[in-house]
Ligand binder design. Structure first.
Ligand SMILES: [Zn+2]
Ligand SMILES: [Zn+2]
Length: 687
């Protein structure tokens, strides 16, 4: 008997029988009927990205969501049980591109945008079904036929309404800014996304010597880890407070931070001739590394500018040479300095990370591939000093892992100067654990403006119509679009408000009367998920219903990342829409690791797939692991742990039950009719 009930296999068979039985007796429907009209308890589901099968990490959150809803059901509460699917964005595009064998954005355009968008929709439909099935297998009770999809018309149009409200307050703007850019995906990567993609890599750091003007045989020593940006050099920055040394070596004189002279050691003997403050060097002119390039000549002539030393208090002597090469078209800080000092901005690379016209030998080459050629050229020009290996954390595309470059580009932003309002709303929410609130407030205090545009295809069509005259309009919904349309409505009607269909529509510029098209950009995907307390709970159609369910009682998601993503979008959008909190309590859980506490990776071979785990260890065992863990700590998950739970917890339980059944039978005990309604619970099934 003992061995028989210990059989894991039997537990798993039993799970399948119970799932079937729930279906047969319509257990979930009965529960909802029983609780209809009861006290309202509102759970708001954070949408799962419907792009791949769900993982064991998703199953943790989904188990907890189920447990909270079941608990409140047992308390007699009426609930909505609405699951959500996140549908739009680059993550889906990247998978569809792989599926179709596309390599670049041009491949997508060649195949036709409509074709591509339909494939994206199909992928979402496919995986939303897969994930629903997996969730059901986990024992998760939801109203699966009533899931919301962020690609729905209502979701998209409600975001338009949000953007319109921002615009009415003068908060939408277009700005040229240097930003991290993925040359493969050909799009800017927002501040939120960039933080996810840092990787430690080894680069070549190069020391370059740039001749000072009117100072014979004197050079600035400059250090950079991105040699490709040297062609866009415009200035060099020093810290006015730092001490700089003039050092003689091999008949030449070099300027660098006094504390970093040691970098010259390997190139031979040297002698310090003089020590001055950075302040004295400000304004010195020097020859740039690639002044012969046409693009450099033109940009400098336009501004009547020559390369010079500028002051920047962030220059330190912690690495390099204490003199920083500034290329305003290739870096965020560089760009800000460029604006501050009115420097020319050289924008050397295009959307694919390839050098544009005017960059001589570099033109037509990819920025990621020119390091050696740049060094070679510098050597030929006698500007090369030395190089070294340099390990550092460098941002990579969080979707395709390509190293990012920085580009100065036009993007659309929401001015977030109203952050105080969002912080007020944030403070009204109960955060579990409590430090979540501080983390969120910290983000809100320090975040930059919200970049909402992406130069891609599958996503929210930003309802911005920009005219040549400089005026732009933001459309707040379908009706307004119809009213304002002067062309293209018939091509759009009957389609979802996505590209390419919505791109047909022209409106008339309010200011100058010209025909205006929508800007091509799609939206930041967190807008899609952030609007759901409005778009999925009847805000547009039934205000009373909306007020019944919002603010939700609970939101439950994985903590890391969401402070600047979903939680942020929820809080910001709800503050703008109605000035109210979208939910009352937020429970955050940590991350799932492997049995040894390591991150699970397909490539490391330690990833566990949900479908395999649930049939090997059983949903009950998985749920026990998830529920028995303090959700603020990372959870170690694996078959060894499952085995222990199965043996220690479930076998004990089955033994107790089996003991009871055996002796109850011997005594001729017959339980009440309702308790034996299903064979799945009888002792026969386990012994
Ligand atoms: Zn990418
Ligand atoms: Zn106009």
């Amino acid at each position: 008997m003992f061995e028989k009930v210990d059989s894991k296999c039997e537990h798993i068979k039993l799970e399948h029988r119970i799932l079937k039985w729930w279906q047969e007796i319509k257990a979930f429907d009965k529960l909802r009927e029983k609780n209809a009209g009861g006290k309202v308890w509102s759970f708001l589901d954070g949408p799962i990205t419907a792009n791949n099968p769900m993982g064991v990490h998703h199953a943790w959150g989904r188990t907890l969501k189920d447990v909270y809803q079941r608990y409140n059901a047992m308390m007699g509460c009426e609930q909505r049980y609405q699951n959500g699917f996140d549908c739009q964005g680059l993550w889906v595009e990247v998978e569809v591109e792989k599926e179709m064998g596309y390599k670049t954005k041009a491949d997508i355009e060649r195949a036709g945008l409509e074709h591509f968008i339909n494939r994206c929709k199909e992928r979402v439909e496919k995986y939303s079904k897969v994930q629903s099935g997996q969730s059901i297998r986990l024992g998760y009770w939801m109203d699966w036929d009533n899931s919301y999809y962020t690609m729905s018309d209502e979701n998209n149009y409600t975001i338009w309404a949000f953007l319109k409200k921002c615009h009415q307050r003068g908060l939408i703007y277009k700005g040229l800014d240097a930003m991290p850019w993925c040359p493969r995906c050909e799009t800017g990567i927002s501040e939120q996304e960039r933080r996810e993609g840092y990787k430690n890599i080894e680069d070549t750091a190069v020391y370059v010597r740039l001749p000072l003007v009117r100072r014979e045989n004197e050079y600035l020593l400059v250090w950079t880890t991105t040699p490709w940006t040297l062609a866009a050099n415009v200035a060099c920055a020093v810290n006015a407070e730092l001490k700089y040394a003039k050092v003689e070596q091999g008949g030449c004189k070099y300027y660098l931070a006094e504390s970093l002279i040691k970098v010259m050691r390997e190139k031979g003997e040297y002698k310090v001739e003089e020590v001055i403050s950075g302040k004295e060097m400000i304004g010195w002119e020097y020859q740039g590394p690639f002044d012969e390039l046409e693009a450099v000549k033109v940009a400098f002539a336009e501004k009547k500018y020559v390369h010079r030393i500028i002051e920047w208090e962030d220059v330190s002597d912690s690495e390099g040479v204490g003199i920083v090469h500034i290329a305003p078209g290739c870096g965020k800080e560089d760009f800000d300095l460029g604006k501050e000092f009115g420097l020319p901005i050289l924008m050397p690379i295009d959307e694919r990370g390839v050098y544009s016209e005017g960059y001589g030998f570099l033109t037509g080459q990819s920025a990621g591939e020119v390091a050696d050629q740049v060094l070679e050229k510098l050597r030929a020009k006698e500007l090369y000093y030395k190089k070294e290996k340099y390990a550092h954390d460098y941002p990579h595309c969080w979707r395709c892992a390509t190293p990012l470059v920085f580009r100065a580009v036009d993007e659309w932003y929401i001015d977030m100067s109203w952050r105080d309002e969002i912080m007020e709303v944030t403070k009204q929410i109960r955060w579990i654990p409590e430090w979540g609130k501080d983390q969120e407030l910290n983000w809100l205090e320090n975040m930059a403006d919200w970049m909402i545009s992406k130069k891609r295809f599958w996503g929210l069509a930003l309802p911005i119509f920009e005219c040549e005259c400089g005026h732009f309009d933001v459309i707040g919904g379908r009706e307004e679009l119809k009213e304002r349309a002067v062309k293209g409505w018939e091509k759009f009607e009957g389609n979802s408000p996505h590209r390419p269909w919505v791109d047909n529509i022209h409106i008339k510029c309010e200011k100058c009367g010209k025909d205006v098209e929508r800007i091509g950009d799609v939206g930041n995907p967190w807008l899609d998920a952030g609007i759901v307390p409005y778009s999925t709970v009847g805000y547009n159609s039934d205000k009373e219903y909306w007020q019944k369910w919002i603010p939700a009682d609970l939101v439950l998601e994985c903590f890391p990342g969401q402070f600047r993503n979903w939680f942020y979008a929820l809080l910001a959008m709800s503050t703008m829409m109605e000035g109210v909190k979208p939910f009352k309590t937020l429970l955050g859980h940590a991350l799932v690791r492997d049995e040894h506490g390591k991150e699970m990776h397909k490539s490391a071979g330690n990833a566990i797939w949900f479908d395999e785990a649930v049939e090997k260890m059983g949903a009950d065992v998985m749920r026990w692991i998830y529920c028995g863990h303090n959700s603020t700590n990372n959870l170690n998950f694996g078959y060894g742990i499952g085995e222990q739970v199965s043996r220690r917890v479930f076998s004990t339980w089955w033994n107790v039950y089996s003991f009871f059944v055996n002796y109850a039978r011997l005594d001729g005990f017959e339980p009440g009719s309702e308790a034996v309604a299903y064979d799945g619970f009888s002792a026969n099934s386990v012994s």
